[in-house]
Design a protein around this ligand. Structure first.
Ligand code: NAD
Length: 372
């Protein structure tokens, strides 16, 4: 087996604990890897004014994949207050390292599988198997925002956009603008990624989620491109739904869906809805995937309330590690890790607090490692 180089980014709070637990499972699999630690998160923001230091970016440039725990993020003003005194007043502005990582390495696919493992007391319904493809670098998260709105922009919008007339007389600090930017290239590659996945893993249908009737320029383009791409996959059915409607349909008939694809914000929302149906934050895992690098993580944050207690569920991170193995091409190992996790869930003897039990983070990982 190849020896892989894995960037190991525990981050803050419970991120450190779930990563330690996940390592027990990777070691039980005898996954042949060199783990290279990377500093990331709040501690480095406070000490250095940089939550994602250049040395960590360099680690990522030379790794096959990365596993990431969780970080703490705070609003800009609180972030400035927590800087060491010598860095305060220097104009440093906190920006989420995760969003930066996605944009810097063009990790354009956010892949979120949500599977209801039999016996999980937190399942909303049995048999749910959803896979969400969320565009990860564009849309409302592109970061093109104006608050206050500068005069030049106001002038251009007054000239070019009729609906803008409602706002034209307001002073620039009485409103704010966030631009939703989608490129044809960005839409096409995420839609294609969803169809390719459906083809590879035998899902009969891809559901395209949008709001093309109201957000016409960008969402209309997304739907139009999806219809064109779907023609290249004659064996796979395409259907589409408005984002608001799909929230109702997913809750009502989750088993009618498999692969879903959406632009950034809608994908973010649908991903959390779907994760909650299969156990919530202790089970939600995701992959941020580009052409050259992929970073896998649980979808929860640093859960400061539980930090240092080894209490939270490591399954989300263990399933993120399973996704990493799959992406690296280690299919057999990925299957063993998932089967071991499913077996421990089904047996029900070891459960963390969220599942109604009292096992620690490490006890849950040890049970899965034994099963491996
Ligand atoms: N990807 C990330 O690193 C990420 C994601 C979300 C939030 N955050 C950051 O994390 C910090 C805390 O945010 P938050 O409290 O809103 O969200 P959170 O996801 O950290 O935790 C919210 C609650 O969910 C539960 N929870 C979280 N992970 C769990 C697990 N593995 N097992 C069982 N229960 C679990 C706990 O009750 C916890 O208090 C903030 O600074 C936030 O910005 C980071």
């Amino acid at each position: 087996m190849n020896q892989y180089k894995i960037a190991w980014l525990p981050g803050d709070g419970v991120g450190v604990e779930v990563m330690e637990a996940t390592r027990l499972c990777l070691d039980a699999l005898k996954f042949n890897a060199e783990y290279v630690h990377g500093d990331i998160g709040w501690e480095f923001w406070c000490k250095e004014g940089e939550s994602f230091p250049q040395r960590t970016i360099d680690v990522l440039k030379h790794c096959d994949a990365a596993l990431f725990g969780a970080i703490t993020s705070k609003p800009v003003k609180d972030a400035e207050r927590e800087l060491v005194p010598e860095l305060q007043g220097k104009g440093l502005v906190y920006r989420s390292p995760i969003v930066r990582m996605r944009q810097m390495f063009d990790l354009y696919t956010c892949l979120r599988p949500c599977r209801a493992y039999p016996g999980n007391p937190l399942n909303f319904k049995e048999g749910i198997d959803l896979v969400i493809f969320r565009e990860n670098t564009e849309g409302l998260y592109a970061g093109v925002e104006f608050s206050p709105v500068p005069g030049e922009l106001k002038e251009v919008l007054t000239r070019l956009s009729k609906p803008f007339a409602h706002f034209a007389d307001l002073p620039g600090d009485e409103y704010a603008i966030t631009c939703k930017i989608n490129s044809r290239h960005g839409c096409e590659r995420i839609i294609r990624a969803a169809f390719e996945y459906a083809k590879k893993f035998n899902y009969p249908k891809v559901t395209v989620i949008h709001k093309a009737n109201v957000v016409r320029a960008t969402e209309g383009m997304f739907l139009e491109i999806a219809k064109r791409v779907a023609k290249d996959y004659p064996g796979i059915q395409m259907d589409d739904a408005n984002v608001d409607a799909i929230c109702m349909w997913l809750l009502k008939n989750p088993k009618s869906y498999g692969v879903l694809v959406a632009t950034n914000l809608f994908g973010d929302i649908i991903s959390d809805l779907s994760a909650q149906m299969v156990g919530g934050l202790g089970f939600g895992c995701s992959g941020n995937i580009g052409e050259k690098l992929a970073v896998f993580e649980p979808s929860h944050g640093s859960a400061p309330k539980y930090a240092g207690q080894y209490k939270v569920n490591p399954i989300a991170t263990i399933l993120a590690a399973k996704m990493m193995l799959e992406w690296l091409g280690e299919k057999a190992m990925a299957e063993r890790l998932e089967a071991a996790t499913a077996a421990v869930i089904a047996a029900g003897a070891v459960r963390t607090y969220d599942m109604g039990g009292s096992a620690t983070t490490i006890e849950m990982a040890e049970a899965i490692a034994r099963e491996v």
